[in-house]
Design a protein around this ligand. Sequence first.
Ligand SMILES: Cc1cc2nc3c(=O)[nH]c(=O)nc-3n(C[C@H](O)[C@H](O)[C@H](O)COP(=O)(O)O)c2cc1C
Length: 187
Amino acid sequence: MKIIAFAASNSSNSINKKLATNATTFFQGETIEILDLNDYEMPLFSSDRIAKNGIPRLATDFARKIDESDLLIISLAEHNGSYSVAFKNIFDYISRLPNRKAFGEKPVLLMATSPGGRGGATVLEMAKNNLPYSGGNVVATFSLPGFYENFDDSKGIINERLRSELENTTSLVKGLVLRGQFQPSPN
Ligand SMILES: Cc1cc2nc3c(=O)[nH]c(=O)nc-3n(C[C@H](O)[C@H](O)[C@H](O)COP(=O)(O)O)c2cc1C
């Protein structure tokens, strides 16, 4: 199984990148690639720019990564209750590529973390409802609240309950993906 994981953040110190990377450690033996949104920075999305210059090659590159994967692990930064601009920019561009949906009908393990007690619950809920309309088949979600209390850079999640929750979630996801048991997204 090829897994593409990334944080929906462009922070060089992204806590969501740490969480997404940590989640991949529960998929031993699988092929893992971790993307950094900074490698896909494009001009601010604009229909006028697309009409003039077309869709940037970086959008096609990002979409190809999605298309080559069997599972996406996305950990969302919450910015004012919503997606980070860095993620939304890429999302908007790849949604305009012809003959495909943004997330390529791939199964998605959707996660979020934040320093606060809600663990990015608002953006997580929004994405859970929204991604299926863009070809992201959300098979499971996981939120890590209080990142700095519950995560250690060398040990990963140090809260036993939350660690075990992520372990169970990733095990469930692996089984569902290997059996192809995930719902296609609505049209
Ligand atoms: C512009 C901005 C808006 C933010 N809004 C929220 C928010 O609505 N809810 C929240 O829990 N944290 C919010 N935060 C704090 C982020 O959760 C925190 O910066 C976190 O580190 C972002 O994830 P990242 O490190 O993966 O980029 C905000 C941060 C910024 C810079």
